[in-house]
Design a protein around this ligand. Structure first.
Ligand code: MG
Length: 462
């Protein structure tokens, strides 16, 4: 009896000491293919995003936040490991025939936070390998519910043939072999996310909510059908906003607002060939699948009452690779032993700090195409895809053509749309920026210069 009492006391003490500490819960909401101009707080007027706009009012809006590559798997690899995808060998968008995935040697946000007592759940799209050994619960997550890869990799794809039926997973178990009712997804992910908060509100948690939407094919539940009066894309955006609201409500219910850092961002810019089923870039050049701003610059909101000043804006460049070291620092967690590319940007969140990076680099696959340093963006000569003419409509894609850019310099402060190459006016800047790329090529390689990166690590294989 006495022993049970002591044990209970001990457990309570250890729980409350964790609870009382400063370690924030982390809620990371990741939309798929949502554009820079898709939220009210980034200028959208076509549809309503009141919950996300409120998040901006209560937290910080980042104007110059980037993903590492403008495509699903590579972008997620960077987000979860703090590395450029090139370092860990994850490129493009993995598909049902892929035999690779995240290596067991790599750390993820969930793995890094675990020794600090965090429980981690992912409710949504994984896309870092669909075979058993690559699944989230093999990489630090305690719970997983969702799709293993993109929702268009299924038999109903508008142009590609031979995709197998789409599986829906719970943990490592396929709970539906031939999942078709995608209108259920946003609601189902949200319910699981809220249940996770309800279940784990007394210990530190990491909730990762990577939505399948608004990646095509678009689906929305009946409660949002026709609601935006702006077509399916607007309805889907409003449902994602609703989902954010449900998660914020759950945090409020458990009085966790001040103990929780909430982050909302997107994996890449809009898939422009889908026309009215794609998002908007707010005038940024090009979209998903390119290293122009419309592809790699995404909306990013962070809220942590008492730590992040409410209603503030940061115009410093930052990237998803920085989240792992930043969140590790907030949680008092040890960094992985293998080298990272991201840096702690805590002072960009809570204060008026400056970016600790001399430059951010933008590879497309293995080709180093561009870099951002301060207000400057340098493009090395490269090919890119651009709409051939009118985009597609109602779920059918339009055609792309291949275009070329030369060695071009843009001043993003005065020209965020990358319209005017000013390389000739700034030869010194050009020379300095070109030099910044040399160590990056040496470390992580560049197919354009036939360089193999000496710090590249092997991708996970079966
Ligand atoms: Mg995407």
């Amino acid at each position: 009896m006495m022993r049970t009492y002591l044990l209970a006391l001990l457990l309570t003490c250890s729980l409350s000491s964790v609870y009382a500490s400063d370690k924030p819960n982390v809620v990371l909401i990741f939309a798929d293919d949502l554009g820079y101009g898709d939220l009210g707080c980034y200028g959208a007027t076509q549809w309503q995003t009141p919950n996300l706009d409120q998040l901006a009012k209560e937290g910080r809006r980042f104007t110059d936040f980037y993903v590492a590559q403008a495509v699903c798997s590579a972008s997620r690899a960077a987000l979860l490991t703090g590395c450029y995808p090139n370092r860990i060998g994850i490129f493009g968008a993995l598909n049902p025939s892929s035999k690779v995935g995240i290596s067991e040697k790599e750390s993820t946000l969930a793995k890094v936070l675990k020794p600090q007592g965090y429980v981690s759940g992912i409710f949504g799209k994984w896309h870092l390998g669909h075979h058993d050994k690559f699944l989230p619960t093999r990489h630090g997550f305690d719970e997983y519910f969702g799709l293993p890869y993109s929702n268009d990799m299924w038999p109903a794809h508008p142009t590609a043939r031979n995709f197998p039926p789409l599986p829906l997973l719970d943990g490592t178990t396929i709970v539906e072999n031939d999942f078709r009712d995608q209108a259920r997804l946003t609601t189902a992910y949200t319910e699981r996310a809220v249940a996770f908060i309800n279940k784990h509100h007394q210990q530190p948690f990491f909730l990762y909510a990577p939505h399948t939407m608004p990646h095509v094919p678009l689906f929305v539940s009946d409660k949002f059908k026709g609601k935006s009066k702006q077509g399916l894309y607007g309805d889907v955006s409003e449902e994602i906003d609703w989902s954010v609201g449900q998660i914020l409500k759950a945090l409020k219910k458990h009085k966790l607002e001040e103990k929780t850092l909430v982050i909302f961002t997107s994996d890449n810019g809009p898939w422009l060939s889908y026309g009215n089923h794609a998002g908007i870039t707010a005038g940024l050049r090009e979209g998903k699948g390119t290293t122009f701003e419309g592809g790699v610059r995404v909306p990013c909101l962070m809220r942590w009452p008492g730590k992040i000043p409410a209603g503030s804006v940061s115009r410093e460049p930052a990237m998803t690779i920085d989240l792992l070291p930043t969140l590790a620092a907030f949680a008092g967690a040890k960094l992985p032993e293998l080298p990272l590319d991201g840096k702690d940007i805590g002072s960009l969140l809570t204060g008026e700090g400056k970016s600790p990076h001399a430059a951010y680099f933008f590879w497309w696959g293995g080709e180093l195409q561009a870099l951002r340093s301060g207000k400057w963006k340098l493009h090395f000569p490269h090919e890119y895809r651009s709409l051939a003419g009118e985009p597609g409509r109602d779920g059918k894609p339009g055609k792309y053509v291949t275009k070329k850019t030369g060695l071009e310099l843009y001043d993003l402060q005065s020209d965020p749309r990358e319209t005017t190459n000013v390389a000739d006016q700034h030869p010194a800047v050009l020379a300095e920026l070109k030099k910044l790329a040399d160590p990056a090529r040496e470390e992580l390689g560049d197919t354009a210069t036939n360089q193999k990166g000496k710090a590249v690590r092997p991708v996970g294989t079966l």
